[in-house]
Design a protein around this ligand. Structure first.
Ligand SMILES: [Cu+2]
Length: 54
């Protein structure tokens, strides 16, 4: 995982059908925060948005 301020959290690599979880402290600034799978080629379909409401 790159040492980059925009990366708030990460998990270890998971196996197919395995469930992994991560707990983060959401940013205090309201807004939409994108999340992605960084495995090569997965970004196009494995992504979403976490919304911190105002
Ligand atoms: Cu993926």
């Amino acid at each position: 995982m790159p040492d980059y301020d925009a990366v708030l959290a990460a998990t270890e690599m998971s196996e197919p059908r395995e469930t992994v979880s991560v707990t983060i402290t959401a940013p205090s600034e309201p807004g939409d925060y994108r999340y992605i799978c960084t495995f090569p080629g997965h970004y196009t379909v494995m992504q979403g948005t976490m919304t911190v409401p105002a």
